[in-house]
Design a protein around this ligand. Structure first.
Ligand code: AP5
Ligand code: MG
Length: 190
């Protein structure tokens, strides 16, 4: 089972994928987490690659496709992804979506579902600012949150259009509590 989670910053992608990965015993692949790990590892090695990646993340811009695709395809080649996985925050551009389709087709695999987590903008900002009190994410500042929301509207909604064309998108009411969102998802026919 392969499910893509698409939603703006703060819509609950990470929260739900963490829980569903345990529920379904499949890996949770978050490109945001992978890129943050790359930055951490690179800074330990004093490598310029991390500086390059953080220049995108810290300003709320998407990392270029040529940086993201090798990271995700390397992870997908690991044996634990053979039976499926949850994609959190990937793909975020139409190019990424097309390249993922090509990659999966080459393995005779496909996506089962794309879940669109829908949450009102004021609630997204409320959640992220609340999280900023306890977590230390460099991109959880008011200016960068605004940039991330704009990038979602301008670039990632095009990915939803792409998947609507494939007829695999289901809308999820992300305004409900985490438990209720989880229940909506596990009730879907897969
Ligand atoms: P990424 O790490 O994916 O961040 P994001 O998309 O901005 O989303 P968040 O992680 O902030 O929110 P979420 O939807 O996971 O919500 P969460 O569950 O945490 O990406 C970061 C950056 O990396 C990007 O801006 C880009 O630069 C780069 N990047 C990543 N992927 C890329 C790609 N494919 N291509 C190019 N660049 C890429 O919830 C948020 C908060 O709300 C939490 O505190 C949570 O406890 C709370 N919460 C969750 N659900 C609920 C609920 N139902 N009710 C109330 N509170 C809730
Ligand atoms: Mg997240």
């Amino acid at each position: 089972m392969r499910i893509v989670f698409i939603g703006p910053p703060g819509s609950g992608k990470g929260t739900q994928c963490t829980r569903l990965a345990k529920h379904w015993s499949i890996p949770h692949l978050s490109t945001g987490n992978m890129l943050r790990e790359t930055i951490e590892n690179s800074s330990a090695e004093k490598c310029a690659f991390g500086t390059l990646v953080s220049s995108y993340i810290n300003t709320g811009r998407l990392a270029p496709d040529y940086l993201v695709m090798p990271i995700i395809t390397k992870r997908l080649a690991e044996p634990d992804c053979a039976a499926g996985c949850l994609f959190d925050g990937f793909p975020r551009t139409v190019i990424q979506a097309q390249q993922l389709d090509e990659y999966l087709q080459s393995l005779d695999q496909r996506l089962n579902l794309v879940l669109s987590l829908e949450v009102a903008p004021e609630e997204l900002i409320r959640r992220i600012l609340l999280r900023a009190n306890t977590e230390n994410r460099a991109d959880d500042t008011p200016e960068t949150i605004a940039a991330r929301l704009q990038v979602f509207d301008q670039q990632t909604t095009l990915v939803l259009d792409y998947y609507h064309g494939h007829g695999i998108v289901k809308r999820i009411d992300g305004m409900k509590s985490p438990d209720e969102v989880f229940s909506q998802i596990i009730a879907l026919p897969l």
